[in-house]
Ligand binder design. Sequence first.
Ligand code: NDP
Length: 253
Amino acid sequence: MPYENLAGRTAVVTGAASGIGEAVAVLLAARGARVALLARRGERLSAVAEKIRAGDGQALAVVTDVTDDASVAAAADRIHAAYGPVDLVVNCAGVMLPHPVDAGRADEWQRMLDTNVAGVLRVVGAFGGDLVEAAADGRTADIVNISSVAAHLVFPNYAVYGATKAAVTHLSQSLRSEFGPRDVRVTNIEPGFVESELRSHIGDAELARQVQDMLDAVGALSAEELADLVAYATSRPRRVNLRQIVALPTRQV
Ligand code: NDP
């Protein structure tokens, strides 16, 4: 059963403008899901939606800022109007902004906390009711959160990013304790290095060089390889919950 259980589902993918979220959206759509694409850059979302439609898939681009309550609420309204209730949510939206803690970059701390942690909560809050209803109707319902190995590994200068990802991993476990008994699966994925735009937002040239050196040494997974794991986990029979996946390039230790 390689990818059963995805056709006819209705998915929301945050961070779908690039990287892992884009690849997840494209793959879920290719397997027959209708996919709502959420991120802030409208032109990028439209391009991904066009790519999906060119492959006979169904996609809806919904410009959304997951740090903004009203924006997430408006996105949920628009998705419900177009597609009805949702049964698959993938939280990929995230930012990684490293600096030493004593640089005091409260602006970056706030942005990471609000995007990586509160953003997941807003999206789960907006669609949790749909997921519970879908599961109660006997359908498969999923929440997938993209955390990071930074939830466990300690990297100097990445204290706040790591803390947000530790929060996502912990949150996933807690969500599972609340949603699992109602047949909604929660899957937490902790990737190592993945090719994407994530590193392009690093403001400090020396820190950007350090991460590029690490990546050159061990390589990176492609966003499509990560998407394959999301599609695999969400296409299992509904009683099977892969609750925690750690996915690293083989050379990354
Ligand atoms: P990208 O930067 O390519 O993707 C991040 C996505 O999040 C973009 O589409 C961006 O679109 C979106 N986004 C950022 N802020 C917001 C916001 N406020 N509201 C809505 N969307 C937002 O990087 P990745 O694909 O690598 O990142 C996806 C996830 O994977 C992140 O959570 C990241 O932490 C995690 N991860 C990545 C790893 C890697 O090595 N690449 C390793 C481990 C985890 P836009 O700017 O248009 O809003």
